[in-house]
Design a protein around this ligand. Sequence first.
Ligand code: GDP
Length: 307
Amino acid sequence: MNITVLAGGIGAARFLAGLCDVVPPESITAICNVGDDLKWHGLHVSPDIDSVIYTLAGIEGEHGWGVRGDTHATLEGLRSLGLDEWFTIGDRDLATHLLRTEHLNEGTTLSEATAAVAVARGLRLRILPVTDDPHPTVVRTAEGDLAFQDYFVRRRAAVPVLGFMFPGAAQVRPAAGVIEAIRYADVLVMAPSNPFVSIGPLLEVPGVRDALATSSARRVAVSPIIGGAAVKGPAAEMMAALGHEVSALGVARLYAGLVDLFVLDAIDEALLPDVRALGMDAVAFDTMMTGDAGRARVARAVIEAAS
Ligand code: GDP
């Protein structure tokens, strides 16, 4: 059975870690968001891909990004030179960005550079950036249009959001293997990721929506909203700001027509009839991915529900 996962960062990383425990990792393709990518002192940083890789390698930082127990000597060194460093890159994390950028400078694609990093970490699933081309997410706010990390890290996601733009979307091409992985999967999972800035940018890549629409896969989405709140991150605030109901039902409405089965948390069970009324199957179970056992439990339950 081939399983393709549309992935953002932390929520997706946890789900993929569980999935790797319950199916052969070689049968999994993760298609990752690159809308949050940034240049840091000339290095290419892919925060979502790195969250996935660090989590799968079991070395993720306590907040779900960076490397656990990392030191920050380089960052402190840059600050001592008078630089205004608002993006945190740890010393071991830096090694990833050096390796990735070295590959890119030698002329490889982001897909190849990602594979090199993943293999170096001993991972056996396939991790594909949705595109090898620049595909930034721009956040429209009352303070103007902001690059994603400018909004998310520098301003701590505290600026009201008016919308999102994907200025590169018309020109980007899906990375090699992306369309096939969506179209020919047996099960396709939209991970519990932010619908606007993780899954949204994937759907903007030309060909991805069509591949989803014509996919032979059983298409499943897992709600990142539990009990009217996000487990982590600004998804709930974004939904509210954009006029969507902040609930699993609100997420299901965003995915209507794109998925066959919607998974919501047991505490939102009462929403099942309304989700089904959107024209999709729906199931409810505990989707909180706490610890290795919780991740594996959720992944197994999703695959069983899909099969
Ligand atoms: P980010 O780019 O690192 O913020 O990562 P994602 O977009 O992949 O993940 C963020 C989303 O994952 C948030 O909306 C969270 O609510 C959701 N999430 C995180 N952990 C869990 C979990 O254990 N269960 C569920 N259902 N959602 C989760």
